[in-house]
Ligand binder design. Structure first.
Ligand code: DX5
Ligand code: ZN
Length: 214
């Protein structure tokens, strides 16, 4: 299981040092972009991403929590992101089209869902999306409690992917900590996003290793 530290929980007064911690330990840097409309919060935007991107030595995973996410795919690609996800709640019937656009820019395409969206809504995109981001908290804020039923949702998604003989990664985001990391790995999560557990630790590099080896 790869660990993707989420910049949302970083110390923004010392962003360069925080980024170096991810370069030293993380597999992927997870970047949460929010618009205050799809989700009830606003995080950071592209002016931050533009400056941060050249300093990154690990792949960037941009999680767009915005309405009209397709407006930003090119910008995300221009900043050099490796993975880009949008929410099914924002895309509606345009998921397939959005996946194609992300692919046309050379990025891995992911569809994210909040905990109240049935995983079966993702099934039509198996074989099309490269990864599925199953939120383990409601998108919008770091530091929330992990929703346990996420483990069953991941298992259901994995089973359907296997049944169709397809290939796709599963990413989980929200409330990931030392107590649930092993269960996430056991159920087959490929990428675990962790904000507070990494950046609020006295030893973020050690925290990433501990999550990976949990
Ligand atoms: C929430 C974000 C998460 C958040 C996770 O909307 O998508 O990536 O940073 O933070 P923690 O790990 O603190 O729950
Ligand atoms: Zn996220």
């Amino acid at each position: 299981m790869k660990i993707a530290p989420s910049l949302l929980a970083a110390d923004f007064l010392h962003l360069q040092e925080e980024v170096e911690k991810v370069n030293a330990s993380g597999d992927i840097l997870h970047l949460d972009i929010m618009d205050g409309t799809l989700v009830p919060n606003i995080s950071f935007g592209f002016s931050v991403l533009d400056q941060l991107a050249p300093a990154m030595k690990v792949p960037m995973d941009v999680h767009l929590m915005v309405v009209n996410p397709h407006k930003w795919f090119k910008k995300v690609a221009d900043d050099g992101a490796y993975m880009c996800s949008f929410h099914l709640e924002a895309a509606g019937r345009r998921c397939k089209e959005f996946i194609d656009i992300i692919h046309s820019y050379g990025m891995k395409a992911g569809i994210a869902i909040d905990p109240d969206v049935p995983v079966k809504k993702l099934f039509p995109y198996i074989g099309k999306a490269d990864f599925f981001l199953i939120m383990s908290v409601f998108a919008g804020f770091g530091g929330q409690k992990f929703i346990e039923v996420t483990l069953d949702r991941v298992a259901a998604m994995k089973a359907e992917i296997a049944a169709r003989g397809a290939d796709a990664l599963i990413e989980v985001d929200g409330g990931v900590n030392f107590n649930n990391a092993k269960a996430l790995r056991d159920v087959g999560v490929d990428i675990a996003v962790a904000g507070s557990t990494v950046f609020h630790s006295d030893d973020p590099v050690g925290a990433v290793t501990a999550l990976r080896e949990a």
